[in-house]
Ligand binder design. Structure first.
Ligand SMILES: [Zn+2]
Length: 300
């Protein structure tokens, strides 16, 4: 693996087939966003534990008691930052050391630009810096991804009039764990990064005749013999009936092309026959490494 992520596979009745990838540099940006997030989370856990211990051991004003009631359950840095901002205007005797640890002291600004926690003066200064870095990088990664998807949608919709896509709740898929796959966690982490729902949306918006078909059994049915076998998230499936080895995604788009056959019943016979022939050709082709979006030139 070169670090890129396959986000879509497509094939057309003109015999062309390819995958769309998010390149490694974009994936690296998303990975770095996750890294920063996890550094922030670890630091947050530490500062929260330190503050909790201090609150227990020291006399504190009622407002602070009230505002930190369920501190051990907090998951958001923003919440602690809000308390610290309020604390700034309500300092009390004996809070110097803990407050410096939380918010930093006035010369903390001098240390800006450093990424190592120990060179930062106060948790909040450091977290704010990391948060801004994380947010900028995330927005940049999303902009790159969007540009790639827009280009791809433009390319496809110029090439094909009829575009058949699976009706899948991509958001749900992004959240769902895939049981039985070796690199489970990796797949789970990557799927939301793919944001395939956004890609599908761009294609639907631009296509002359977009067609969304039911996704049932598209990765289970053998497009050649029609037997429904095991699906699963493995990349290659073997048909237990005819023995063909399928790339999972190619299997899906071939099945969608076959669904398209039912949809084009209204086309003139000559055209219908030509499309059928093209589909059969596509189905009999070899499985390639370079092989679910199915596309049809309907020549309108
Ligand atoms: Zn088969």
């Amino acid at each position: 693996m070169d670090g890129s992520l396959r986000v879509a596979s497509w094939g057309g009745t003109d015999g062309e087939e390819k995958h769309l990838f998010l390149p490694a540099n974009v994936m690296a940006m998303f990975a770095q966003v996750n890294d920063i997030k996890s550094i922030r989370d670890t630091a947050f856990d530490e500062v929260r534990a330190k503050l909790a211990a201090w609150l227990k051991a020291n006399p504190i004003p009622d407002w602070l008691q009230e505002q930190t009631k369920a501190l051990h359950q907090w998951r958001s840095q923003r919440r602690l930052a809000r308390v610290i901002l309020h604390w700034r205007g309500n300092r009390f005797a004996g809070d110097d050391e803990i407050f410096a640890h939380l918010d930093g002291t006035s010369d903390g600004a001098k240390l800006r630009g450093r990424r190592d926690k120990d060179t930062w003066n106060g948790w909040r200064n450091w977290d704010k810096h990391l948060y801004e870095w994380e947010r900028n990088l995330h927005q940049k990664a999303i902009r790159y991804r969007r540009a790639i998807y827009r280009d791809f949608a433009a390319f496809l919709t110029r090439k094909y009039n009829c575009i058949i896509m699976e009706d899948i709740n991509w958001h749900e898929i992004g959240q769902k764990a895939e049981v039985g796959e070796a690199d489970n966690a990796k797949v789970r982490a990557k799927k939301p990064i793919g944001a395939v729902g956004e890609l599908a949306q761009f294609i639907i918006e631009r296509a002359a005749c977009p067609e969304v078909v039911e996704a049932k059994n598209t990765t289970r049915r053998c497009p050649v013999c029609g037997v429904i076998g095991e699906g699963g998230s493995a990349l290659y499936h073997e048909c237990k009936n005819c023995g063909r080895i399928w790339d999972r995604d190619k299997k899906a788009w071939l099945n969608m092309l076959l669904t398209g056959e039912r949809l084009d019943a209204k086309l003139p016979k000559k055209k219908r026959d030509a499309l059928r022939k093209a589909r059969r050709l596509a189905a009999s082709g070899p499985v390639t490494q370079e092989t679910p979006v199915a596309l049809e030139p309907c020549g309108a």
